[in-house]
Design a protein around this ligand. Structure first.
Ligand code: ADP
Ligand code: MG
Length: 700
């Protein structure tokens, strides 16, 4: 293999943090180009993995080629021809060696004119076919041989690197190759031999060597597996440490549960709890009984009955003479929570209060005082509660309803104040894979089955041709005293004014032309909060028949008599959002209808609408969403201080993820500070990867 050797000086100092600039063939200018690719040091370079690999099959003489073989041939171009008038234009070359002649065709090969010419020697590699009794290769990979590509299959094998302007894949390859001669000094093993054998993992050094220069496909896949495992393992280790820190370095007040407390709380609920609610409650009660702060995620579809479970947690804290903060992303939702709490707590001596932006002046300072003295048990508000001047006397549990926005930063903020138990509710079903990575430091409780008595929801896709029919259908329901939502898509945050305008225009259209005989009202995010509350309250009371809104309605409204959900421009919503919106209906035993208005020819958009029509299962929909959009869009790992994954995928490498998670959590439970000698390498790698994001420095 022809590689440029490092000079002696470099050899002596090569290490992972050495800038690439000092490598042979890289000067200051090229180092800047490397920097654009995110490669600054030798360590970065080693982790700059190829995006694809070439495996050049065994060279073969033309005379010995047989149909169906995959081969590499070397030959001289005898003639070329471009046939542009065919239905599929094709470029053809006849090549020969001392044993025979072979025809090569490239469909749509017009770009080859001027590139391939008689007299050149080329290497072509691909599958051999028989066409009109003549041997042929179709669309093979090929190279024109020159001094850079001597007649050897080797120089074509190996990685193809993501390139950029000023730096080709081949140039990158030439910089990396000599570095690979120093893997002994550069790469240190994380695990002992026994573990590697047991887990069928190759050494880390081989993995780096083979990912860049794989001898064959089998070894390449072993290299990928090892590097993916390491990446997932480091990520899980970070999560395990973060969790360990929370559990062991902060203390919460235990809120014990007795049978008496339990039955007193349950008396508040006018129904029997479902099996799922019961098991979530016992998990929560077990957590809250400890002096380690609870850190639990409560997942359940909209309407699955999370509020009751959360209220149980709240009342358990109150029974232990502790205070509770319940927080929602918006004032509307906070108000909703407060209302349902009020319903359950009628005639109870538990003191509760809703804090809104409207609470000001003297009244507000009185409330703050009452919270500070511990007089008030339950405080409901938006997440702004945390940033405010409100101080609790003894905060026992914090309940955050995040719907589908996950504010980890806020949770961190909370920890600074005190260390209450923490319960996060989300209505976005999070696929297991995501939950394990993004929320790897949270325990998860799931309500999978909704309480009985919820009506079926029928979902239909409506295009412009059956829109009139849909309007008539809705009219019939409205006449039967049912209510409907009409939701309009968000355009972008910057275009919020347009969003409001779109909804406003539609509202006029609907109220004047389509449903003039009904009361159609508008609700959008930029309305004053008092007005919003008023519209919501009238809708709840049934005084409004049709509620036209922007996405605001998404965040938690509970109006069982509303049985129709129309989503305009449904193709522009994410699946999770559509599912969320659909959860607003089907809240009584009456049959409900979700009508997705969309005009689209886009295949992905269509397949998403079809998933919505076919499935009512939030977890299934979330899995599809994850596959269609990828974790990045669904959920930002950055937000969590987790490094982005370079080679592993949490969707495709689920088995490795499970294994990595198990081993990482085990390692932390045995050696929480990773101070044992055998963990030195992994600890160093971890610090390098996460830096301060997981507070490893404090653990150190
Ligand atoms: P979520 O917060 O998960 O969206 P809620 O807690 O608001 O769901 O519950 C949805 C509806 O189901 C509410 O009207 C609530 O009163 C009702 N509900 C909750 N749990 C039960 C149960 N075990 N049996 C019957 N109805 C229930
Ligand atoms: Mg709710």
């Amino acid at each position: 293999m022809a590689t440029t050797k490092l000079n002696t000086k470099q050899k002596n100092q090569i290490n992972l943090s050495m800038p690439v600039q000092f490598l042979k063939g890289v000067g200051p200018a090229r180092a800047e180009t490397f920097a654009q690719l995110g490669v600054e040091t030798v360590g970065d370079l080693l982790e700059y993995f190829p995006r694809d690999w070439n495996f050049v099959p065994e060279p073969c003489k033309i005379g010995r080629m047989r149909p169906n073989q995959t081969v590499t041939v070397f030959g001289m171009v005898e003639s070329t021809d471009y046939q542009s008038f065919r239905r599929q234009p094709l470029f053809e070359a006849m090549i020969s060696d001392d044993t025979g002649v072979c025809r090569i065709v490239w469909f749509h090969g017009g770009y080859l004119r001027g590139q391939l010419e008689p007299g050149q020697i080329i290497m072509a590699s691909g599958k051999v076919t028989l066409y009109k009794h003549q041997l042929q290769m179709t669309n093979p990979k090929f190279f024109v041989l020159d001094e850079e590509h001597p007649q050897s299959a080797d120089s074509f094998s190996g990685g193809i690197y993501p390139a950029c302007k000023g730096l080709t894949s081949r140039q990158i390859k030439r910089v990396i190759a000599p570095v690979l001669d120093h893997l002994n000094e550069l790469v240190s093993e994380f695990y002992d031999k026994g573990f590697l054998k047991e887990a069928s993992l190759i050494s880390r050094k081989d993995a780096f060597s083979w990912i860049h220069l794989p001898p064959d496909e089998e070894k390449l896949s072993q290299a990928k597996r090892r590097l993916k495992y390491d990446e997932l393992f480091l990520m899980q280790l970070g999560l395990a440490l973060r969790r360990y820190k929370v559990l062991h370095f902060s203390k919460a007040v235990p809120c014990g549960c007795t049978d008496k407390i339990d039955s007193r709380i349950r008396k508040r609920f006018p129904f029997l709890l479902t099996e799922d609610q019961d098991s979530c409650i016992s998990e929560i009660a077990a957590d809250m009984g400890k002096s380690e702060p609870m850190n639990r995620l409560l997942q359940g579809d909209v309407g699955s009955g999370k509020t009751v479970v959360a209220l149980y947690a709240a009342l358990l804290a109150v029974a232990n003479k502790m205070q509770v903060a319940i927080m929602a992303p918006t004032e509307i939702l906070a108000g909703q929570h407060f209302l349902s709490i009020e319903r359950y707590l009628k005639n109870s001596s538990v003191k509760r209060i809703l804090i809104t932006g409207g609470l000001t002046g003297k009244k507000r300072s009185q409330v703050i005082k009452a919270i500070g003295s511990g007089e008030i048990d339950i405080v409901v508000g938006t997440v702004a509660l945390l940033q405010s001047d409100i101080e609790f006397q003894k905060l026992g549990v914090v309940i955050i309803d995040e719907q589908h926005k996950f504010g980890v930063a806020q949770r961190a903020e909370l920890r600074k104040q005190a260390t209450p138990h923490c319960l996060v509710m989300t209505a976005t079903p999070i696929p297991r894979t995501l939950a394990m990575t993004a929320f790897g430091d949270l325990d998860v409780s799931i309500i999978r089955h909704s309480p009985p008595g919820r009506g079926a929801v029928v979902t239909r896709w409506v295009n412009r041709y059956n829109r009139p029919k849909a309007y008539e259908f809705i009219r019939e329901r409205l006449k039967a005293k049912k209510q409907a939502y009409f939701v309009y898509p968000r355009i972008t945050a910057a275009e919020q004014a347009d969003e409001v305008k779109a909804a406003t225009d539609e509202w006029e259209q609907l109220s004047k032309k389509v449903f003039p005989e009904f009361n159609v009202e508008l609700l959008h995010g930029q309305m004053p909060s008092a007005k919003k509350q008023q519209v919501m309250s009238e809708f709840r009371k049934g005084k409004i028949d049709v509620l036209v809104s922007t996405i605001v309605v998404e965040v938690g409204v509970d109006v069982p008599n509303a049985t129709i959900m129309v989503v305009e421009g449904a193709d522009r919503f994410g699946l999770a959002q559509l599912h969320q919106l659909r959860g607003r209906i089907g809240r009584s035993d009456a049959k409900s209808y979700c009508l997705l208005f969309a005009e689209t020819d886009n295949e992905t958009a269509k397949s998403r609408l079809e998933i919505m029509i076919r499935s009512n299962d939030g977890f299934e929909i979330a899995e599809h969403d994850l596959r269609l959009r990828g974790p990045g869009e669904m959920f930002s790992t950055r937000q969590h201080g987790l490094p982005d994954l370079k080679i592993a995928s949490i969707v495709d490498d689920y088995d490795l993820l499970v294994m990595a998670r198990k081993n990482a959590f085990e390692m932390v439970s045995q050696d929480p500070m990773l101070t044992r000698a055998e963990h030195r390498n992994i600890r160093r790698a971890l610090l390098k990867k996460f830096g301060d994001a997981i507070g490893l420095a404090d653990v150190a």
